[in-house]
Design a binder for this molecule. Structure first.
Ligand code: F6P
Length: 546
């Protein structure tokens, strides 16, 4: 058990010794701290020096990983073992981006030929749409692509498409519809013409209520213009593991891009689920994204834990969650185009490690996955940074900072960089009461006023952050970044002993929603609900809804 390991016990003792020290002093004592606590991976610099750690902390955390058998578990994932223990499945998303093309096996069968065949199919489809060889029913070129999907069939592609805006193929716009709120689909369709719109219905199971309802509504919208059912084939393609359901929906399996049950939904952007990405930026860029992720996979598999970026990221998280009681983790990209990264990582992390039962079926007695949240800087500075600096909770932060912009506009990029670096420094150093008093005196304030204001102007500092710095946000870099987070999540799941690849917790709500939907639409008696839910259903029935 995790808490019984020798390393855990030693980490507890170590925490007692070091938790009182201030990072400001650690920096003052060691002017090579940044060099010692940073890692370079291709053009990604990972600076983790602004953490409440010493060399010993890192050693003990790596010991913990060793005691938990992490090396075997990493190999197990790459070997296609059923690491998704509750569903008896492999989690082999690494095969989707295996640019080395070395055989990767699930149940003894090399999956690479199938992976490569889908990539070839994607390439020819994307080229067809881009060149105009694939046209709509009226003979016009496709101008708009609408990806209809939710969760893993939306968040990853949506985040990547936005992040790679400077690489977008001209003449084609990619849109995303996910929510069952009618506003989502209707707002999107409002600006589109059926003759020039292509729908990608993206659903691993092809059974997700929201996606199917939106896809049916989109098909109705299309047919109101196109008239003939046979035109659907030029305007609807499916991305799924479920051929029969695709056929039942009315999409020709010829127009289906397949993937496999060993690809978890939230790990699927590398599969055909990434078709919207490939359409937005071209197949070559999509393959660069895969290559960036693959490079991280090779690093993850081979680097010693102390130098292994996703392992270090994971261990730092465990240090704060399990020893400092941190409950959340903020993701703050200083890049407008990474606006959806926090939402993407929310699903990746919280659906993966929001668990309290170990693979052996026992309840954990330690904290697991954090609340993941965030917003791009500098916007976040003017919203939630107050709490990060002076709130009562410790919130570790990840900053993501492209040093160069794709765009030239005055001193904007320098200001962005300066703000990010300043926030990380301020979180770490804080401002002491002496410094505050000195500053207030310089501002010419009197003694009484200084006494009154000083306590409010003190920043405790000692607030941890990691910082990723890279050049321009390019497909390869982005692929690497995402893969780093995926593996970080896996490592944490392994150490906490939970299965990072199932999501039973979302099922109950889905089932209840089906029951309540039929009750909302009917007149009859309600099944057994609590008094609050019953009253709310009755209240809804009173509103005119059509
Ligand atoms: O709601 C949970 C979930 O199962 C996610 O894990 C998944 O990414 C999403 O729903 C969508 O599922 P599908 O791709 O099967 O439509």
């Amino acid at each position: 058990m995790l808490t019984q390991t020798r390393a855990w016990q030693r980490l507890q003792e170590h925490h007692r010794q070091v938790s009182g020290s201030h990072m400001r002093d650690l920096f003052d004592r060691d002017d090579r701290r940044m060099q010692r606590f940073s890692l370079q991976f291709e053009d990604l610099l990972f600076d983790f020096s602004k953490n409440r750690i010493t060399d010993q902390t890192l050693e003990l955390l790596c010991d913990l990983a060793r005691e938990c058998g992490l090396a075997d578990r990493i190999e197990g994932m790459f070997a296609g073992e059923a690491v998704n223990c509750t569903e008896g499945r492999a989690a082999l998303h690494v095969a989707l981006r295996n640019r080395s093309n070395r055989p990767m096996k699930v149940d003894g069968e090399d999956v690479m030929p199938a992976v490569n065949a889908v990539l070839t199919q994607m390439r020819s489809f994307v080229e067809g749409v881009h060149s105009g060889a694939w046209r709509g029913f009226s003979g016009e070129r496709i101008r708009d692509v609408v990806n209809i999907g939710i969760g893993g069939s939306d968040l990853g592609p949506r985040m990547i498409v936005q992040a790679l805006t400077p690489y977008h193929h001209s003449g084609l716009k990619v849109h995303f519809v996910s929510n069952i709120d009618p506003a989502d689909l209707l707002d999107t369709l409002a600006g589109l013409r059926p003759e020039t719109t292509l729908f990608l219905v993206a659903s691993k199971t092809f059974g997700t209520q929201e996606t199917l309802a939106n896809a049916h509504a989109a098909k109705d919208w299309f047919l109101r213009c196109a008239g003939d059912q046979q035109h659907v084939a030029r305007h609807f393609v499916a991305i799924s593991t479920h051929r029969q359901r695709v056929r039942d929906f009315g999409i020709d399996p010829e127009n289906m891009f397949t993937f496999w049950d060993w690809v978890g939904g939230r790990y699927s952007l590398w599969s055909a689920i990434g078709l919207s990405i490939a359409l937005a930026v071209g197949m070559q860029r999509f393959e660069e994204l895969l290559a960036g992720a693959h490079a991280v996979d090779e690093h993850f598999r081979s680097a010693p834990f102390e130098k292994n970026l996703p392992v270090v990221m994971a261990l730092l998280g465990i240090w704060y969650i399990n020893f400092f009681g941190a409950a959340s983790h903020a993701i703050v990209p200083y890049a407008q185009h990474l606006q959806r990264l926090p939402a993407y990582l929310q699903q990746a992390d919280m659906e993966s490690n929001g668990k309290t039962t170990t693979c052996e079926g026992r309840a954990v007695s330690w904290d697991t996955g954090p609340v993941v949240w965030g917003e791009p800087g500098t916007n976040g500075q003017h919203a939630f940074f107050q709490l990060l600096h002076q709130g009562s909770r410790l919130v570790p932060v990840d900053f993501l900072l492209p040093a160069c912009s794709h765009y030239a506009l005055g001193a904007h990029q320098d200001m962005l960089l300066a703000n990010c670096l300043a926030q990380a420094e301020a979180l770490m150093r804080g401002r002491t009461e002496d410094e505050v008093r000195r500053q207030l005196r310089e501002e010419g304030l009197g003694t009484a006023e200084i006494e009154r204001l000083a306590p409010h102007r003190v920043f405790p500092g000692n607030r941890p952050s990691n910082l990723f710095m890279f050049g321009k946000l390019a497909p390869r870099t982005l692929g690497s970044l995402v893969a780093l987070y995926e593996h970080k999540i896996y490592v944490q799941g392994v150490l906490w002993g939970v299965n990072s690849f199932d999501q039973w917790g979302v099922e109950l709500g889905k089932k209840l929603a089906d029951t309540i939907l039929s009750e909302l639409q009917g007149e009859g008696d309600l099944r057994e609900h609590d008094s609050s839910t019953t009253a709310l259903i009755h209240r809804v029935r009173c509103f005119p809804r059509r």
